[in-house]
Design a protein around this ligand. Sequence first.
Ligand code: DQA
Length: 152
Amino acid sequence: MTSPRVLVLNGPNLSRLGSREPEVYGSATHDDLVAACRAAAADLGLDVEVRQTDDEAELVGWLHEAADSGTPVVLNPAAFTHYSYALRDACSMRTAPLVEVHLTNPAAREDFRHTSVVAGAATGSITGFGLESYALALRAVAELRRSEETAR
Ligand code: DQA
């Protein structure tokens, strides 16, 4: 049996983890993030693909792809979280669970980070646990899948 697929999509500047404001984001790199997602997915029996882009159009395109294929998404929209209505609209088209994640807790940071235009179109949000936010989000996706299967 093939494992269910999940897309982990990371927005702008997340490729810079490790060197980007380490006092805020810690020392883990994007490669570490990919490894953490793969390890969590393997434990949960999921097949994960992690992508990162600085480009809004590319991220919107990946969300279309996920909607067309019914693939669950774990999304860290990074700064797009706070102002991209295009991303929000793309999330609204989802056909499977979409979990918004953040490494930090935006509610505990600058005022402009307190608004997520994406949150209302997500299944739920997990924020503030560093790389563990991704593992928790993948676990949420696995649990949702399990309860959907039991309901069938
Ligand atoms: C972030 C929080 C955003 O406010 C910020 O713009 C990011 C990272 C996080 O994961 O904590 O780029 O999404």
